[in-house]
Design a protein around this ligand. Structure first.
Ligand code: ADP
Ligand code: MG
Length: 238
């Protein structure tokens, strides 16, 4: 049971409330995509789930356990960022291994994990390179490798493909889908790209101005948008 449940989740920065009480239940192994315009609170919501941002009010549960006060490293979640957040001075293998070394895993475990993740993501030929000597797509693969290698219960993605060109985005989309099938981890994926949402999601959560407008399968939202905002957002040409 590694579902994620948000109950009346609120985020305020001082007097400014930016997330106004979100309710969302993500089932185990489900791939849920949060979409909405820039500034609507997608990243803030994700960062509260990861523990990178304090929750102002409401309750977050992962795997049936209340997480509000649990440190990020103890939440069993891994996050993939838009800007990759790789260590520039470490090569690919060491970037992937970083989290395992912090956890003080043994050398054999680390070596076999690096090899496995390298194979899964097609990085075996690049293990000695540093991030500066990789393409954007390769860097994003390393960032995903770093998340996968820790075998988290929950994957969080914050616009991981938005720095890539259109062709690479399409390719990486397919790869993320394949990875999700293979690993089966609960995933929450943030994007402002409707096509990405429609192709990746089991269910889409449409956000606007710190609130949820509608939750449903891509087909449900497409055929039955709850209001003009949802219709406009998902119906707009890519
Ligand atoms: P999105 O990811 O959907 O583009 P964000 O979650 O980043 O939106 O931001 C939601 C709102 O919260 C925005 O209005 C943003 O300006 C505001 N915000 C984000 N971080 C902070 C912060 N540290 N202090 C004050 N306001 C913030
Ligand atoms: Mg954001």
């Amino acid at each position: 049971m590694s579902g994620v449940e948000l109950e009346s989740i609120v985020k305020a920065y001082g007097a400014l409330q930016v997330v106004h009480g979100i309710d969302l239940k993500v089932e185990e192994k489900e791939f849920v995509v949060l979409v909405g315009p820039s500034g609507c609170g997608k990243s803030t919501t994700l960062r509260m789930i990861a523990g990178l941002e304090e929750i102002s009010d409401g309750q977050l549960t992962i795997d049936g356990r209340v997480m509000n006060r649990v440190a990020p490293k103890d939440r069993d979640v891994a996050m993939v960022f838009q800007n990759y957040a790789l260590y520039p001075h470490l090569n690919v293998a060491d970037n992937i291994a970083f989290g395992l070394r912090i956890r003080k895993e043994g050398a054999d475990t680390i070596a076999s994990s690096i090899e496995e993740v390298g194979n899964i993501l097609g990085l075996t030929d690049y293990m000695e390179r540093r991030p500066a000597d990789l393409s954007g797509g390769q860097r994003q693969r390393v960032a995903m490798g770093r998340a996968i290698v820790r075998r988290p219960k929950v994957f969080l993605f914050d616009e991981p493909l938005s720095n890539l060109d259109a062709k690479l985005r399409t390719q990486m989309r397919a790869e993320i889908k394949r990875l999700h099938k293979r690993l089966g981890a609960t995933s929450i994926y943030v994007t402002h790209d409707q096509v990405e949402a429609m192709t990746l999601a089991d269910r889409i959560v449409v956000m606007n101005d710190g609130r949820i407008e509608q939750i449903g399968t891509p087909m449900e939202l497409f055929l039955n948008p709850a209001n003009a905002f949802v219709a406009g957002f998902l119906g707009a040409p890519p």
